[in-house]
Design a protein around this ligand. Sequence first.
Ligand code: SF4
Ligand code: SF4
Length: 360
Amino acid sequence: MLTSQMIKDAARRAGADACGIAPISRMATAPDEMNPKFLFPRAKSMIGFVFRIPRGVQRGIEEGTQFFQYPSMAYGGINEIFAPAVLYSVGKIIEDEGYEAFVYRNTGARGVVSDMDGSQGSTLSPEEEIEVHENAKTSTAHHRSVQFTRATREDNVPPDLQFSFRLAAVACGLGEMGYSKMLLTPEFGPLQRVAFIFTDAELEYDEMYHGEPLCKKCMKCVRECPGHCIPDAKTGKTVKVNIAGKECEWGDIDMWRCYAFYTHAGRYYNPFVPKEVWDANENGSLDLMEKEGVEANEQEIMKVYTSLQKYFPSWVGYNMAKCGGCIRACVSRLERGDGCMAGRFEEPLRTRTKPWKLDR
Ligand code: SF4
Ligand code: SF4
């Protein structure tokens, strides 16, 4: 007989760092187009897997010496290699017991709703739009949402169904939402990615996390964001979501603005783009990053990507994250005192009093 313990043991053996299991009904408050219960009608259980991001992949960014390991190992490596292998392995155990394992890797696929701003229909991501323009004659356009998708039958939602990984992880008892909108877990703070299996097997379920609040509401993530993308709690600009009775709240982060800054980081935090390029700001293409009050939208971000992409291209199919500001800020806080990461490492991530900043 298939049990939760069998699944958790298999997950650990295969290389997951944590595993939590919830009834799929905990996602009942999600909008239909993002509710995993529509994935398949008999789905009863949702199994969440945590894959740690080694703290060491942030070391190069923290020191200002090496920026490639974070996007390649933490995004590319986990999403494309480590997590799918675990889903495959655990899925086989579930199916050997006669139940279905709907494996759901960390995605890259697109749904009817934009994963950037929740809007319906066509919103191109910058790197995809560049690709569309450059390969218009040879490639099919990719979109942040799939604009022409339609429900395949009555009372169904349009494919591909995407859901909030972070909130699903909260539902599985794996952690809580941080003010920065990152998932925080008691084991790894903000340093993980997650993936899921949905199954028709009924299992024993984990409670949602109810220990000491994982987020310290310290606003370090707000202060250390190079793009000022996360509004301070004092502004009252937060998002609140209730997951099966658990209140989740985070700063209403400007996702498009983050898209520009986490990849290109701005004048003071991107050592790959010469000062002269920022100074010249040719055709106003860097207005979003250089001037105040410029709205972050696809058009502005396209300009930024088109002019800066060549200084540090996407070599692993993922944007070359250079900021890591909110993650590093959060780790630095959670390693101290009453933070959930206190005592995990002999030495803290941050050994200087302040993060580096280019003098220009
Ligand atoms: S930096 Fe502070 S406020 Fe931000 S998510 Fe981490 S603990 Fe919460
Ligand atoms: S990833 Fe970077 S740009 Fe985005 S919110 Fe975090 S610190 Fe700001």
